[in-house]
Design a protein around this ligand. Structure first.
Ligand SMILES: C=C(CC[C@@H](C)[C@H]1CC[C@H]2C3=CC[C@H]4[C@H](C)[C@@H](O)CC[C@]4(C)[C@H]3CC[C@]12C)C(C)C
Ligand SMILES: C[S@@+](CC[C@H](N)C(=O)[O-])C[C@H]1O[C@@H](n2cnc3c(N)ncnc32)[C@H](O)[C@@H]1O
Length: 625
């Protein structure tokens, strides 16, 4: 082979190798950012190194100095600089989601990341029609996963303009730009209206806030009452010892390399949430076993870091990438080491999850005479309760669908009222569906205040039509609240009436024994929405003695002031022997569980009611022993 041919072959092989090394291997993620396009955010090429030095001089100071200097003005500026420096490298080497997730054996990092994000969406009940806030959204990896998974409309906020541009480009490319919005702004002073979101989440972002309470307070402000907020926090765990130099070094290393003004201890998070007014629904460290380690990818990536280091050095030497990129990359290698040390020793977790709810009634809301239409929860936007309040909580009057008026003396009464109210939710929803005009007025009332007088008029007409009873609410007002369906008491306990245990019932038509038991008979004065006049109600019947037939008719009915409508659904009870109609099953029995709804998310969820077997007295023959 001639020398020239050999040389050309070598050049060609070299070029292919460089191409493969930089362009193919250079992107850690499929479709990820390429090494050649490491532009370092919106910093001009010649300023990258200076900006890096500036960043480093701020975050390299002793911790006390950083804390002292960390007011809400300069930290966001340094965080912005940090993200200008690292965003491209993160995307290139990690992907579009800038956070950790527990590894899942047999699944890719991408899948594990997506599942971790979808969990946030599920926790806050994100779904179509809901407006969800992503606090510190990065380039929008989580936002897209959550919008695609839940169908919700997600609005993300980030301090970094470069990330806004990247996130918008990714949203467009993914075809999700109509449901994913990105705003450039400071999450310590968000440019959003009060009560304008149905839910919110923050994934490994609020750790950048100098004072957590400032960001939580903002999130609280923009959420609607009843809405949920989940935050994935970076914290030191109970294993961290401030007197252990190795621990201190690891934590300082994490803070320096991740633009954090100071990591918080795990127990501080819930305190802050409560301090700003949230109810803490749940709190846990998602990194604890049985979760697989989150830091394995960081450790496994060490060979890739060396390759990446070579790539960035080559690109910087060729002036394709700005000069400071090598320093930034080195800083990240160091950070990765501290992070995996923190994970391995268990002194640090990036996934301390806290789920909070903005209470339905915010303290102070009843300080002036107002009429409030309370949206019970973001989970059931169609359900409303009418709440009138005068000067203080003591005078708050809650008009339930039963049209009874409860005088609420304290916060506990109010909670109880909501528990009771939630048992009526199904009926209320049906009512709202049947009477669309009420529904429409409610919405109009909320969005266009001008129609308030008309609404008030309607409300007034309503209360004239249906006399309201005034009751003082106490625990005894809820005699049927049971801890679980198995706790449901037979209406007569054995001590209450031995005599009543022994009676026999037969079908008035054919005389067949109905085996109805006195032990399951409700007292004659028991309250049921659909009433109990001229009938006997049981909590249980022997199925073998009856046939059941569902009845679903569009037919106006008016049984009691608390039970009326235009569509009637109930189940007919027929004698099994002769087919005679004996009564009906109503679903207005005792609530089947206490307080917090089927999924533990509070009283806004419908609590299932036990069936009530209601027999016409005329249809059965009763004989006592
Ligand atoms: C939540 C935050 C960021 C968390 C992680 C997404 C990032 C923390 C450390 C980052 C990385 C470290 C090493 C880099 C490596 C040297 C490089 O070659 C490729 C990118 C890295 C793997 C990079 C990727 C993102 C991190 C894992 C903080 C900031 C609150
Ligand atoms: C580690 S990233 C996480 C991004 C995103 N949650 C994710 O998981 O991909 C942290 C994000 O918080 C944002 N952030 C930090 N401080 C902020 C502030 N004061 N206001 C708005 N965004 C901020 C950063 O710009 C960045 O987008």
């Amino acid at each position: 082979m001639e020398v020239a041919t050999a040389m050309w072959t070598a050049v060609l092989v070299g070029a292919v190798a460089v191409y493969w090394f930089v362009w193919v291997m250079g992107a850690a993620e499929v479709k990820g950012k390429r090494a050649v396009s490491l532009t370092m955010g919106s910093i001009t090429r010649d300023k990258v190194q200076d900006k890096y030095k500036q960043y480093w001089s701020f975050f390299r100071r002793p911790k006390e100095d950083i804390v002292a200097a960390s007011d809400n003005d300069d930290v966001p500026a340094f965080v912005d600089t940090f993200y200008n420096l690292v965003t491209d490298i993160y995307e290139w080497g990690w992907g579009q989601s800038f956070h950790f997730s527990p590894s899942i054996p047999g699944r890719s990092h991408r899948d594990a990341t997506r599942l971790h994000e979808e969990r946030a969406a599920d926790l806050i009940a994100a779904r179509p029609g809901r407006r969800i806030l992503d606090v510190g959204c990065g380039v929008g990896g989580p936002m897209r996963a959550i919008a695609a998974h839940s169908g919700a409309h997600v609005v993300g906020i980030t301090i970094n303009e470069y990330q806004v541009a990247r996130a918008r480009a990714h949203n467009r490319k993914a075809g999700l730009h109509e449901r994913c919005e990105v705003v450039c702004g400071n999450f310590l002073e968000m440019p959003f209206d009060d009560a304008s979101f149905d839910g919110a989440y923050s994934i490994e972002a609020t750790c950048h806030a100098p004072r957590l309470e400032d960001v939580y307070r903002e999130v609280f402000r923009v959420l609607k009452p009843g809405a949920l907020y989940v935050s994935y926090e970076w914290v030191t765990t109970a294993l961290y010892r401030a007197d252990n130099p190795a621990h201190v070094e690891t934590i300082r290393g994490i803070e320096r390399g991740d633009a954090l003004p100071g990591l918080r201890a795990h127990h501080e998070i819930a305190e802050v949430a409560r301090q700003v007014g949230f109810e803490v629904v749940e709190e846990r460290d998602q990194a604890l076993p049985p979760a697989e380690p989150w830091w394995t990818r960081l450790k496994m990536g060490r060979i890739a870091y060396r390759r990446n280091h070579l790539v960035v050095s080559a690109l910087a030497a060729l002036r394709i990438a700005p000069k400071g990129v090598v320093d930034v990359h080195e800083m990240l290698c160091e950070t990765a080491r501290h992070l995996s040390d923190g994970g391995e020793t268990g002194i640090f977790t990036p996934m301390h999850i806290i789920l909070c709810r903005k209470p339905l009634l915010v303290q102070g809301i009843s300080s002036s005479p107002v009429l409030l239409l309370l949206q019970l929860s973001s989970q059931r936007p169609s359900a409303f309760y009418f709440l009138t309040s005068s000067s203080s909580l003591g005078d708050v009057t809650l008009l339930l669908q039963r049209r009874e008026r409860y005088v609420l003396r304290d916060r506990q009464d109010l909670d109880l009222a909501f528990t009771l109210a939630s048992t009526n939710l199904k009926i209320l929803q049906e009512l709202l569906h049947n009477f669309y005009y009420i529904y429409i007025y409610i919405y109009i009332y909320i969005y266009i205040y001008r129609l308030l007088p008309i609404f008030l008029l309607l409300l007034e007409i309503n209360s004239i039509q249906f006399r309201t009873k005034t009751k003082t609410l106490s625990t005894s007002s809820a005699p049927f609240l049971a801890a679980s369906s198995t706790d449901l008491p037979p209406p007569f306990s054995s001590t209450r009436s031995k005599r009543k245990q022994s009676f026999q019932t037969a079908c008035a038509g054919c005389g067949a024994d109905l085996n109805l038991s006195a032990a399951h008979l409700y007292p004659a004065d028991a309250y049921f929405e659909a009433g109990n006049k001229g009938t006997l109600s049981f909590s249980w019947v022997d199925d073998a003695r009856f046939r059941f037939a569902k009845e679903d008719r569009i037919m106006p009915f008016f049984e009691t002031v608390n039970y009326w409508g235009i569509q009637r659904r109930r189940t007919r009870i027929l004698c099994d022997a002769c087919g005679r109609l004996l009564g009906h099953i109503y679903d207005d029995g005792p609530p089947m569980m206490r307080g917090h709804g089927q999924f533990g998310f509070g009283p806004s969820q419908a609590i299932p009611r036990a069936p009530r077997y209601r027999f016409k007295i005329k249809a059965i023959n009763i004989s006592s022993f």
